[in-house]
Structure formats: C-alpha cells, structure tokens
Design a binder for this molecule. Structure first.
Ligand SMILES: O=C[C@H](O)[C@@H](O)CC(=O)C(=O)O
Ligand SMILES: [Zn+2]
Length: 268
C-alpha cells in the first residue's frame, strides 16, 4: 500500500506537473488477481482497485488485526460483466456500476471479476453490509445540454441511503455529448473527496481542475484514474468524450449539501 501525506494549499504554488500528479493523481490501481491500495492522510481515506480473483489484504501500515477492524468500505463495480464480492462467506452479485457497502468488523472480503473500485474511511461503529443497484440509488438528473453537462447522480452511501459512519459515495453518469462535471463547482471544508473516472474510451482524457478556486491547476486524467481533492480544493472537469465517475467523501460530516459553491467568474 502506497502512503501519501496531506498537503497545504500553499504547497501547490511551487509544484510542477510531475509533483502535482504524484501528490493528487492515482494512476495504476488495477493489476491482475490483486488488490492495490493507496492510503491518503487527507481524512485517512484509502482508495484501491481489485481485479480478477483477489482478497482484501491487511497492510502493515494499518496496524490492525484485519483491514476492516476500524474501517468501513465502499465497493463499486467499474467494469461490464457481472461479478461477485463475498463478505465473510456471504456472496453479493455485482452488476456494472452497482455498489456494496461493507461495515466495520467484516474479516474477509473476496473479489471475483470486476474490476472494482474501493474506498475506505475510518469507522467507529458497525453498520450493516448492504448492496445497491442503480435503481436503489434514486437517480437525480442535473445539468442541461446548453451547459454540456447533462448527467445523472446516483447516491449510494449517504445519510438517506446506505448508512455508514463517515463514508459518502455515489456514481455520476454523463449523457453522450455532455462533457462537464460538477459545474458550477464547489469546495467542502469539512470533507475530503476523491473522484475516480471510468467509462472513458481509450485514447480520451478528462481535464480535471483542482486547487483553491482563485488559483487552479489542471491534471490530465485517463480512464480508471483517481484524483484526491483536499478540503480546500475544487474538483471538476471536462472530458474529450462523455464518461462516468465515482465520487466519495470522508470527514467531519455526511451533509452532501454542506458545500461552498464557487461561481466560474470567481475562478482563476
Ligand atoms: O460533493 C459532491 C461531489 O462533488 C459530486 O457529487 C458532484 C457530482 O457528482 C456532479 O456534480 O456531477
Ligand atoms: Zn464535492
């Protein structure tokens, strides 16, 4: 498991492209029959990728008896063919873009198929493991053609959906011909957020904007890559084709609407 320390906004000023990418972009999450993990000290969020037949490991850096001893986990199927995720022997069939929440205390998580994107946050209590389809997520349509941002937000793990300690997670799917996500954008001082882009055709890219609203930087992101957004950073972007992304947050509260909106006219 790779470990990344947290970043103060002033540090971004002096970073070149390589430094920005090393700090905020997560590039190689998927191997064959393995789970890869990146631990961020931003709200201690762990992101990962599982592909093929693999089991959730217990990295030494967690100093835990098992991975979910003090943590909870969100899993999203980011491939096409159905697969299975088993939690302590109970098998959950996972279709494309479906979600599984695994509560604190589960000892064995086994992945078959996928690929699956993983997000984990520290947990103080055990909430029940739960599976959700896209219909279960009560889709919300946002944006419009005139803004090239027609999209549907599927909220999976949140205060009114699958319950958790601090993890809030969903999937946003852009309509063909729509390019912009999260515009107008925002920050949320009480939470870190990670975007994981998927469903972007080969050879296409997402231009992801990050940084303080009046001091932005960009990251050129490929399919199946993630961007870590500290609480002070905007997180939005546009693709050269339409795409989907998993958004996941951890931190002080679970209030999805607790955000500071940023008008494009204020951005620099
Ligand atoms: O804090 C919330 C997150 O940034 C996302 O839910 C935004 C998003 O999916 C979108 O506007 O498309
Ligand atoms: Zn956000």
């Amino acid at each position: 498991m790779q470990v990344r320390y947290a970043t103060a906004p002033e540090q971004v000023r002096g970073m070149d492209t390589r430094a920005l990418r090393d700090r905020f972009l997560v590039e190689d999450l998927f191997g064959e029959d393995e789970v890869r993990l990146v631990y961020s000290h931003e709200d201690r969020i762990v992101v990962g990728g599982a592909a093929g037949s693999a089991r959730l490991p217990n990295p030494e850096a967690l100093r835990a008896g098992f991975f979910l001893e003090r943590r909870e986990l969100g899993v999203v199927h980011v491939g096409r063919e159905p697969g299975t995720v088993s939690v302590d022997g109970a098998a959950y069939k996972m279709g494309a873009r479906e979600c599984l929440y695994v509560g604190r205390g589960a000892r064995e998580v086994v992945f078959e198929g996928g690929p699956y994107y993983l997000v984990s946050t520290p947990a103080h209590a055990a909430y029940p493991t739960a599976h959700a389809t896209m219909e279960d997520a009560e889709p919300v349509r946002l944006g419009g053609r005139e803004g090239s941002n027609e999209r549907t937000i599927y909220k999976y793990i949140h205060a009114q959906g699958i319950r958790s300690c601090q993890l809030v997670l969903g999937v946003t799917v852009l309509e063909p011909g729509s390019m912009w996500n999260t515009m107008p954008c925002h920050t949320h001082e009480r939470r870190t957020e990670v975007y994981f882009y998927f469903g972007l055709p080969e050879g296409e890219r997402v231009v992801h904007l990050m940084g303080r609203p009046d001091e932005t930087r960009n990251l050129i992101v490929a399919d199946r890559q993630a961007v870590i957004s500290p609480c002070w950073s905007v997180h939005c972007g546009f693709g050269t084709r339409s795409y989907s992304f998993v958004w996941a947050m951890g931190g002080e509260n679970q209030a999805y609407d607790d955000m500071e909106p940023v008008a494009i006219t204020e951005m620099r």
